[in-house]
Ligand binder design. Structure first.
Ligand code: SF4
Ligand code: FES
Length: 342
């Protein structure tokens, strides 16, 4: 089937959603997603961040869809044409959804452990308005203790339900879920039971905001001060492949390895995540580089930059090469050249 998104066409298999097709194309056409998570079955359809405009339904029925649709739960049709970033209507809708998500979200980024890798922060950066029209009191919840490892901060929750799906998919007995309705809806455990399942820590990785954070890392450091390294260990409960976040020689936290959509490659167990914080516990493979744009996590992630050939006159190129040599000081002898390269 052929679909076209913002003028770029791609062939996809039947059953592919518009969001998946957009991710295959990549770049700016990819809609933001706050609740869809490719590794979680049945995720999506909750946050409405991924709205797109279907300007041509299909080859068989070319009528446009009257309303914007959630791209994560709408299947592609042969000949479908979609406007994503290119549509002012979509841009306006994303702004509205962002404003809606921020209505009850506290603006406590300066003290939130998720700051720097928060999907809502990134969404606001791209689609948010600089001022709020909300003058009512924000909805707040009483703090609830859900166990020794995970900190629940319900006021920050956007009810994407990814954490509920993690529990459904990876654990035998889910002990938490969405309680109540409408403005009172909240994530809670029945009778405040601790979530002590061995895979429960993955809820932290899938939470797009700071509603579920790692208690063993809480307030230790801002994430942009630590450096991510790929590491692995022999683990009989999970794949053992993780990212360890280091500050000097100290492992401050352990997370799953995340891709450019901030989704983990594989889920990891609580032992790897919470109990293995010694460098000796891990085989460190090297710095973690992956594509991820974010408000403040620059320098942590390697953006794929295609090589650009610029036609320039030879004498200018010679001058540039001279400059490059001087700036990188390759002729200056250094006492410890190996260390200086790091
Ligand atoms: S706690 Fe996080 S993952 Fe769970 S519903 Fe709220 S925002 Fe989503
Ligand atoms: S990502 Fe599609 S509705 Fe949330």
């Amino acid at each position: 089937m052929k679909v076209t998104i913002d003028g770029q066409s791609i062939e996809v298999e039947p059953g592919t959603t518009i969001l998946q097709a957009a991710r295959m194309i990549g770049g700016e056409v990819v809609p933001p997603a706050m609740c869809y998570y490719s590794k979680l079955e049945g995720s999506g359809g909750k946050c409405r961040c991924c709205l797109v405009d279907v300007t041509k339904g299909s080859e068989a029925d070319p009528r446009p869809m009257p309303k914007l649709v959630a791209s994560c739960v709408t299947g592609c049709q042969d000949g479908m044409e979609i406007a994503s970033k290119a549509s002012p209507r979509v841009q306006e809708a994303r702004k509205s959804v962002t404003e809606f998500l921020l209505i009850n979200h506290p603006l406590d980024c300066p003290v939130c452990d998720q700051a720097g890798e928060c999907d809502l922060q990134n969404l606001s950066f791209e689609h948010g308005k600089s001022e709020t029209r909300f003058i009512e009191t924000k909805r707040t919840f009483e703090p609830e203790d859900i166990g020794p490892n995970i900190q629940l901060h319900m006021n920050r929750c956007i009810l994407c339900q990814r954490c509920v799906q993690v529990a459904d998919q990876l654990t035998d007995k889910r002990v938490h879920g969405v309680m109540d309705r409408g403005d009172h809806a909240n994530i809670s455990t029945c009778i405040s039971k601790a979530i002590d399942n061995e895979m429960s820590g993955n809820m932290i990785d899938v939470c797009p905001v700071g509603a579920l954070t790692d208690k063993t890392f809480r307030f230790k450091s801002r994430v942009w001060f630590s450096k991510p390294y790929n590491a692995h260990r022999d683990c009989d409960k999970c794949c053992g492949k993780t990212t360890v976040w280091m500050f000097g020689n100290e492992i401050q936290r352990v997370t799953g390895r995340k891709d450019e959509y901030h989704e983990v490659d594989e889920f990891i167990c609580n032992t790897c995540r919470f109990d293995k914080k010694e460098v000796n516990d891990w085989t460190i493979e090297g710095p973690r580089t992956f594509e991820k744009t974010s408000v403040i996590n620059r320098n942590k992630y390697a953006l794929h930059v295609p090589k650009v050939e610029i036609k320039t006159e030879d004498h200018i190129l010679i001058g540039r090469e001279e400059d490059r040599k001087k700036i990188s000081m390759i002729d200056v002898p250094l006492e410890n050249a190996e260390n200086s390269k790091q």
